[in-house]
Each structure stands twice: as structure tokens, then as C-alpha cells.
Design a protein around this ligand. Structure first.
Ligand code: KG4
Ligand code: ZN
Length: 358
């Protein structure tokens, strides 16, 4: 592209955040967030202890236009200033994805600018390039309410999934443990808070798959073990709850430490001439005990740990705008009939820069 600065609107509606942002990318690949508006639907889902897809989709319909207008206002820009419109095209709750993608299609058509359908996971994967100008290759650890995976990021569209969860996502495990202890939703921050007052050595929980070499996770057995302990100890005193939380969280930390060490060893074997970089994304990255453990593992492997600011680690429009910008400058834009996809693994063939796009 000959233009010096590429300005992209990004829309994210794949879960329970209605988000829009404006991001600029200069010709050297430096990014700047011009605005980043996120409206969380937390209160609408709270009573149900989790995200209700139908409520989420309706709420996106109700709010998205306002959120987009706010994003433009906050950046002091109008539609005509945009060079492209990006929206999450999957994976995620399909009703919500459809709302965002359809809105993006309409805006792109109305202002006659390219549309970029972004894989939500690619948004997380490339955020560190927006915030830290991180160079390829790097390792991504994505730990959110919907995903838990290691991804080798070789380039835009060039991803290799090294491991994933075979059942629950890590954030989901936190949420489910919080639910069974009646701590409220979202559970991660509550479990972390309670864990501070607890004795982590009181309960020994299983560490599924940990003896195996693969980089996959499994959290459902751990969750069941927590349930059995909670049932056996009922009625639970505050100290019991704190001890369960502390024991659960320290088990998670041990699992992550082991897996991250293995992933970094593999990275160092595959790229002996590179300083390993590990980028962390997803809401679980907010957990301080987990963060401290990851710093230690990275230091022990002479790797750099990159944790973007939390508001860009959790779901947001800026990461979608940025991924859109990265794709647009490589000439990869989409047709207006691109489909919304509930499932869309990062290492699927159609993520590669290739021919399904225009
Ligand atoms: O990335 P995110 O905001 O949304 C998506 O899932 O896409 O992640 C939310 C998840 C929730 O499951 C929440 O419980 C978890 O991140 N989480 C935490 C903490 N803060 C948020 N888990 C553990 N410790 C925390 N401090
Ligand atoms: Zn996400």
C-alpha cells in the first residue's frame, strides 16, 4: 500500500463484549489505538451464571451502532476517514458474530472500503505487534473463558497450534469452580481473591495429562475433583472455601508452569538463533499468581514474556482492527459474502494468505 497510515475500524461481538475501535498502522508497522470502546454485558448474564447466547446476540443488536459511533467520535474521525472495516467472523457465538459481521459488511459497502473478516484468535495472536511491535516468530499462550491454547505465530496467517484444551477452557474452569462455591460470575477474579486467604497445600488435586509430553490441557477432571472435595466438606466455612480456591489455583499454576516450560523448550529447539518470546493473552492473564509464575518460567528459559495491557488482552475491537490492518496491507481482504463461522481453528488452511479471499 502506498498510503502512509492505514486507519481501520474493528468490530468484536463474538462473546459478551460489544466492542468497536479505531486503530492506525503506519508504513513501518507501528500501531496506534485511536479509540477503543468496550461495552460488557456482564450484568445481563450474571443471573444465569454464564453467557446466554440469545441474550448476547440481542444486546449486540441493541448496542453495536452506538458503540461504533462512539469509537469514531472518540477518535475524532468520520466514516470517510476509514481505509477498511474489520469484524470478527468467528469463532464464537454465532448470533453475536453475525451481528458484528453484518454491520461491518453494511458499513464497508456504504463507504466503499474493503471488508476484512478476522479470526478472533488471530486478533489475540497479533495484539502484541500492536502494543509492543513484537517481531515474528513468537509463542502465544491464549487463556480466556473460551480458549486455552499454545500457538506458534510465524507470520500473519501463518499459525501452528501446538496445544489446546481437550475439554474446558481455563477461564471456564475458574468460572465453574466459582459457581460451585457460590462466589459469583465471572469466577476468575473471585477465586483469585479467595485464594489469597487460603492454604494451598490443604487439598491435593489431580493434574490431568501432566505426565504426557503433549502440550494439551485438560481441566474437567480437576473441576470434578474440586466438586467432590466441596461436597465432602459441606457445609463449607469461609476457610474451607479459601483453601479450596488456593489449592485449585496453585494446581493451575503448576500445570501452566510445566506446559509453558515445555513449549519454550520446543521453541528454543526449533529456533535456536532466536530469543524466545512468549505472548500471553486472554482474561486469565489478569491473575497475578499466574502472571508471576509465567515470568519465572520465561526467565528460566531466557525468554521474554510479553503481556499487553489487560484491556487489550481481553476481548476488544482494537485487536480486530489491528489484525484487519495487518491483513489489509498484505492485500488480503474479503468478499462481502464471507460467512460467519462458529468454529474456525487458527491453523486451518483458509487462515493462510491465499485464495479464498478476494
Ligand atoms: O478474555 P476474556 O475477558 O473473555 C473471553 O473469554 O473471551 O476472559 C474471561 C475469562 C473468564 O473466564 C474469567 O473468569 C477469567 O477470564 N479471568 C480470570 C481472572 N480474571 C478473569 N481467571 C483467573 N484469574 C483472574 N484474575
Ligand atoms: Zn477472546
Amino acid at each position: 500500500m502506498s498510503q502512509a497510515r492505514t486507519i481501520i475500524l474493528g468490530i468484536e461481538t463474538s462473546c459478551d463484549e460489544t466492542a468497536a475501535a479505531i486503530v492506525a498502522r503506519d508504513e513501518n508497522g507501528q500501531g496506534e489505538v485511536l479509540s477503543n470502546i468496550v461495552r460488557t454485558q456482564l450484568d445481563e448474564h450474571k443471573a444465569f451464571g454464564g453467557v446466554v447466547p440469545e441474550i448476547a446476540a440481542r444486546s449486540h443488536v441493541q448496542w453495536l451502532d452506538h458503540i461504533v459511533a462512539q469509537a469514531l467520535d472518540a477518535a475524532n474521525l468520520g466514516y470517510k476517514d476509514l481505509d477498511g472495516v474489520a469484524a470478527t467472523a468467528g469463532p464464537g457465538l454465532i448470533g453475536g458474530v453475525l451481528v458484528g459481521l453484518t454491520t461491518a459488511k453494511a458499513i464497508a459497502r456504504a463507504i466503499d472500503r474493503p471488508l476484512i473478516g478476522v479470526n478472533h484468535l488471530e486478533g489475540h495472536a497479533l495484539t502484541a505487534r500492536l502494543t509492543n511491535n513484537t517481531q515474528f516468530p513468537f509463542l502465544l499462550l491464549l487463556v480466556s473463558g473460551g480458549h486455552s491454547q499454545f500457538v506458534l505465530v510465524r507470520g500473519v496467517g501463518d499459525y501452528e497450534r501446538w496445544g489446546t484444551t481437550i475439554d474446558d477452557a481455563l477461564g471456564e474452569a475458574f468460572d465453574k469452580v466459582a459457581k460451585m462455591l457460590n462466589l459469583g460470575f465471572p469466577g476468575g477474579p473471585k477465586v483469585e481473591e479467595w485464594a489469597k486467604k487460603g492454604d494451598a497445600s490443604r487439598f491435593k488435586f489431580p493434574r490431568p495429562l501432566l505426565r504426557e509430553k503433549r502440550l494439551d490441557f485438560s481441566f474437567s477432571g480437576l473441576k470434578t475433583a474440586v466438586r467432590l472435595v466441596a461436597e465432602a466438606a459441606a457445609p463449607l466455612s469461609d476457610q474451607d472455601v479459601a483453601d479450596i480456591c488456593a489449592s485449585f489455583q496453585s494446581t493451575i499454576v503448576a500445570i501452566l508452569e510445566k506446559r509453558c516450560a515445555q513449549a519454550l523448550e520446543r521453541f528454543n529447539e526449533e529456533f535456536p538463533d532466536e530469543v524466545a518470546q512468549m505472548v500471553v493473552a486472554g482474561g486469565v492473564a489478569a491473575n497475578q499468581q499466574i502472571g508471576a509464575a509465567l515470568h519465572q518460567v520465561a526467565a528460566a528459559h531466557e525468554a521474554e514474556l510479553i503481556v499487553p495491557p489487560m484491556k487489550l488482552c481481553t476481548d476488544n475491537g482494537a485487536m480486530i482492527a489491528w489484525a484487519g490492518a495487518e491483513r489489509l496491507v498484505l492485500g488480503q481482504v474479503d468478499k462481502s459474502n464471507i460467512a460467519a463461522r462458529p468454529r474456525w481453528p487458527l491453523d486451518s488452511d483458509d487462515m493462510k494468505l491465499g485464495d479464498h479471499h478476494v
